[in-house]
Design a protein around this ligand. Structure first.
Ligand SMILES: Nc1ncnc2c1ncn2[C@@H]1O[C@H](COP(=O)(O)OP(=O)(O)OP(=O)(O)O)[C@@H](O)[C@H]1O
Ligand SMILES: [Mg+2]
Length: 298
């Protein structure tokens, strides 16, 4: 898509289906007319924005045992186009807090957060739930699968809770498990799956409603290096399909798969760099060096 200042992220909005969010994917573009973009057939509205994700001056304090902890102190984050992005930072720098705010799981004390041109910092609880349910997939380090449900049931659960039709759910969960290479494990419970398989099931669950934004908080923290490597490739592949994947990670080798790395320090984004343009090419060692430089010298 061409347009103003490089990319235009065109957001197709069909309120009842997408909770107010949705990305135009390949093969499903908005129609460009002389008067501007119009929504493709079947969609009622179209929002065109120059950013996928934009945070400005985000602050968040927690109070613990009467003491205030400043988790975010004016974080700015700009993601202009869909792709695979990493957020790195030392423990306590505010990475998980930022991810929670992006997912509208919590609200900032100050600042603005825009996802696909939609301000989410002040969403009421109901709206936030709706936005999260359809617009965002979340993957955590601990997988968070329900132990008493099979892989397939875990994937279908958000749809069951949303009242989706069983036939659609069965078809969708089957397709997702196959896409993630775990279709053979559909009827197994989580304790019969390896860590890598559990994480793939958790990702399948996060993708149930084809969210435009996938947020992952240290998704490979509990995986061996081979499973981790294949998980990062998978996330990269999903981002290649037009999703925006934002991954919090401690691992330079993970960030090396990303288009860009944002570095958080003491609740602020102190820098960003693209692994592919770092001298010496891709690779964990190069990312690690650049990261250390940013964390130390700011
Ligand atoms: N619910 C909470 N109550 C009180 N303080 C909190 C809470 N959540 C986070 N904090 C504090 O806010 C700061 C940022 O925490 P956050 O979890 O965002 O860091 P992080 O960068 O994700 O760290 P890690 O790499 O260890 O996961 C830390 O000082 C943390 O102790
Ligand atoms: Mg964290």
């Amino acid at each position: 898509m061409c347009g103003v200042r490089g990319w235009i992220v065109a957001t197709v909005v069909e309120e009842s289906q997408s909770g107010g969010l949705g990305w135009v994917r390949e093969g499903f573009p908005p129609v460009r007319r002389r008067s501007g973009f119009v929504a493709p057939h079947g969609y009622s509205r179209l929002r065109v924005t120059t950013h996928v994700l934009r945070c400005a001056g985000v602050t968040k304090d927690y109070t613990l045992a009467g003491r205030r902890v400043a988790a975010l102190r004016g974080a700015d984050l700009d993601i202009e186009s869909p792709g695979f992005y990493a957020i790195m930072g030392q423990s306590g720098s505010g990475k998980s807090t930022l991810l929670h705010l992006l997912a509208a799981l919590d609200r900032p004390d100050a600042g603005t957060i825009e996802v696909a041109g939609r301000a989410i910092q002040d969403l009421a609880e109901r709206e936030a739930n709706r936005f999260r349910q359809r617009g965002i997939g979340i993957v955590f380090q601990q997988f968070n699968l329900i132990p008493t449900l099979t892989a397939r049931e875990n994937v279908e659960l958000p749809g069951m809770l949303a009242g989706e039709r069983r036939v659609w759910l069965r078809e969708r969960s089957g397709a997702l498990l196959a896409r993630l290479g775990v279709e053979g494990r559909a009827d197994h419970r989580p304790d019969a799956l390896s860590g890598g398989e559990q994480q793939r099931v958790a990702i399948a669950r996060a993708l149930l409603f084809a969210p435009p934004l996938l947020l992952a908080d240290e998704p490979s923290g509990n995986l061996d290096s081979q499973s981790a490597e294949s998980l990062w490739s998978l996330l990269e592949e999903l981002a290649g399909d037009g999703m925006t994947v934002v991954m919090v990670t401690h691992e330079p080798a993970a960030a090396a798969h990303c288009r860009e790395v944002f570095v958080l320090r003491d609740g602020r984004v102190v820098g960003r760099f693209a692994p592919t343009v770092v001298k010496g090419g891709r690779g964990g060692a190069v990312v690690a060096a650049r990261y250390q430089q940013l964390v130390r010298t700011e």
